[in-house]
Design a protein around this ligand. Structure first.
Ligand SMILES: O=C(O)CCC(=O)C(=O)O
Ligand SMILES: [Fe+2]
Length: 187
């Protein structure tokens, strides 16, 4: 992909480790159904979310301001491993629970000002594999599609968010749940 720095580690976690972490997070994370405003109406986001971060961090995302919860030990452990792998620090993680094929995330870039100029975003998939699409912001013929399997880690770095958008599209198939963790550094 031009104008991007993207890596996919297909086996960041083993199958059993990904399954175990999925079970812990599904049961222990404080999942919430947030609303978004669309054409002046409040509607449910097509997924459940929860945000964990270091104390004192506030984050605005999808028009919502998130109040961080203190880290679960299992999340701190993943954070530590990611930090030694990437050589970058992460002080927050957004969890998304896609309950079935009709849950999704629309086209966007992770380019909120508090993420800084060229954020490194580490995105871990647990459970159901899903498609992940990229499209270039100014050259619409540039597209890229990936499958994110359970235990995989997608890293997006340097100028990727300036030039590309990404989405997790809905699927007509009756899919099993997927948990996604996106680790970020908020300034
Ligand atoms: O679920 C995913 O793989 C993507 C999540 C995402 O793009 C985000 O949280 O910003
Ligand atoms: Fe994103």
């Amino acid at each position: 992909m031009p104008d991007a720095e993207v890596y996919l580690l297909k086996e960041f976690l083993s199958g059993p480790a990904a399954e175990a972490l999925f079970a812990v997070l599904e049961a222990k994370a404080a999942w919430k159904q947030e609303k978004i405003k669309l054409f002046g109406k409040q509607i449910d986001q097509p997924r459940l979310t929860v945000w964990y971060a270091d104390a004192g961090k506030a984050y605005t995302y999808s028009g919502l301001t998130w109040e961080p919860l203190p880290w679960l030990p299992e999340l701190s452990e993943v954070r530590k491993n990611l930090e030694s792998l990437t050589g970058t620090f992460f002080n927050s993680v957004l969890l998304n629970l896609y309950r079935h094929g009709q849950d999704s995330m629309g086209w966007h870039s992770d380019d909120e000002p508090e993420l800084g100029q060229n954020p490194t975003i580490a995105s871990l998939t647990l459970g159901q594999e899903r498609s992940f699409h990229f499209r270039h912001r100014t050259q619409p013929e540039l597209k890229h599609k990936l499958i994110l399997p359970s235990g995989s880690l997608l890293l997006m770095a340097s100028e990727t968010q300036h030039h590309w958008q990404h989405q997790v599209p809905k699927s007509a198939k009756p899919l099993e749940p997927r948990i996604n963790l996106t680790f970020r550094f908020i300034e």
